[in-house]
Design a protein around this ligand. Structure first.
Ligand code: PLP
Length: 379
């Protein structure tokens, strides 16, 4: 999407396209949907259907992809977080579903390792639940979790994401939570690809797992996946979509349109059939191209990294060494952003490095990125 290509729909609104080398971030639009997905959404827009039936049917596609007893398409991973929390508090009890976000008389405490707090976990509390932290600083020991359980604990939340600390690890967390008969709910929003992660955490014993639909899976930006244990998933369903009840549940403001339901399952099915090795090889080719263009610059260390969880796909990471005398990383990021087209790059993770994430870089844009990086570095 170079400066030559300004889609009319955005032009009319005066909003310019940009080059997204920052990954599947919400702030830059998630991902681009494939033409097959858009066609399916177009088609879905031409007829009425029973929305309960459509949600159930779409949920079955999610369940199969995730190897889970039951699945649901949600309005994003954050919406799935709301529903996971609600499900753990209410079960399928309609009176409890109706009372949320008032949690009087309900188990309402969600335990989370302090090192996994993140900007999205407020979604758990949107349900009415209360987050209770455990752990000491960046570390957690089994006794930290053990001693955090009370008769109000309804779930243990576990978050997997770039530079989010593993704490006890998912396996140990599940072992301890299950010994206390408490479910483990997982936010793995941006952890696919690899495709195997769709089912991995459920295989490990997680009770419910949530993913973004509009990140690596390439579905609508406002869609997501929720999958897990049948009883809890039915509870999530009632909280989101009990269309016959007199009072809509906590999930009502997060409904998923028929077009998004169809778009999401179409994207998911395409994703399941994608040649993942070829996809990653494409990212690597772009990464190597940019790294090659940056070779031999005094004071810069350019490394191609693809560490699972922390780095989304092979990407050049630019480390600024002691000998670097040029502009600061934040000045370089600003220069790239101020140019035409704006280029948005990753803000590091380890130190103040710059990482150029390739998952959303369209063919040919890697050349623009390399040209503009060389200019910005020389400024
Ligand atoms: C992106 C993200 C979310 C939010 O996902 P949406 O699908 O945009 O609602 C939640 N948690 C983490 C860790 C994320 O990276």
């Amino acid at each position: 999407m170079t400066s030559q290509h300004w889609p009319e729909a955005y032009k009319k609104l005066g909003v310019k396209p940009l080059i997204n080398a920052q990954s599947w971030v919400t702030s830059l639009g998630g991902s681009l949907m494939r033409p097959e997905v858009l066609r399916a959404m177009d088609e879905a827009a031409t007829a009425f259907v029973d929305m309960t039936d459509l949600n159930r049917a779409a949920g079955e596609v999610v369940a199969r992809a995730c190897g889970a007893e039951m699945g649901l398409v949600t309005a994003g991973c954050a919406a799935a977080e709301v529903l996971m929390a609600a499900a753990c508090m209410t079960g399928v009890d309609e009176a409890k579903v109706e009372q949320l976000p008032d949690t009087t008389g309900l188990k309402n405490e969600i335990l989370i390792f302090r090192g996994q707090r993140n900007r999205y976990d407020g979604a758990f509390e949107t349900s009415g639940a209360t987050i209770v932290e455990f752990g000491a600083g960046d570390a957690a020991r089994p006794y930290h979790l053990e001693s955090a359980f009370t008769d109000k604990t309804c779930a243990v939340a576990y978050v997997i994401g770039p530079f989010i600390k593993p704490g006890l690890g998912l396996e140990k967390t599940i072992e301890i939570a299950h010994a206390h008969d408490v479910p483990v709910i997982v936010d793995a929003a941006a952890e696919v690809p690899p495709r195997d992660n769709l089912s991995k955490f459920i295989r490990m014993g997680a009770d419910m797992v949530a993913f973004s639909g509009g990140k690596g899976i390439g579905g609508p930006q406002s869609a997501g996946l929720l999958a897990g244990r049948k009883d809890l998933m039915e509870a999530a369903f009632v909280n989101s979509l009990n269309l016959d009840s007199p009072r809509a549940g906590i999930g009502r403001p997060m409904k998923v349109s028929k077009e998004n339901l169809v778009g999401m399952v179409t994207a998911l099915e395409l994703f399941m059939d994608t040649d993942e090795a070829a996809l990653i090889a494409g990212w690597r080719t772009k990464a190597e191209y940019v790294a090659r263009r940056l070779e031999g610059i005094e004071g810069l260390g350019v490394v191609i990294e693809d560490t699972p969880v922390d780095r989304q796909g092979p990407q050049p990471v630019i480390y600024f060494e002691r000998g670097w005398t040029g502009p600061s990383p934040s000045e370089i990021r600003q220069t790239l952003k101020d140019g035409d087209p704006p280029i948005l790059v990753g803000g590091g993770g380890v130190r103040d490095e710059i990482n150029i994430v390739m998952v959303n870089v369209q063919d040919g844009e890697e050349e623009i990125i390399a040209d503009r990086l060389l200019e910005a570095l020389a400024k």
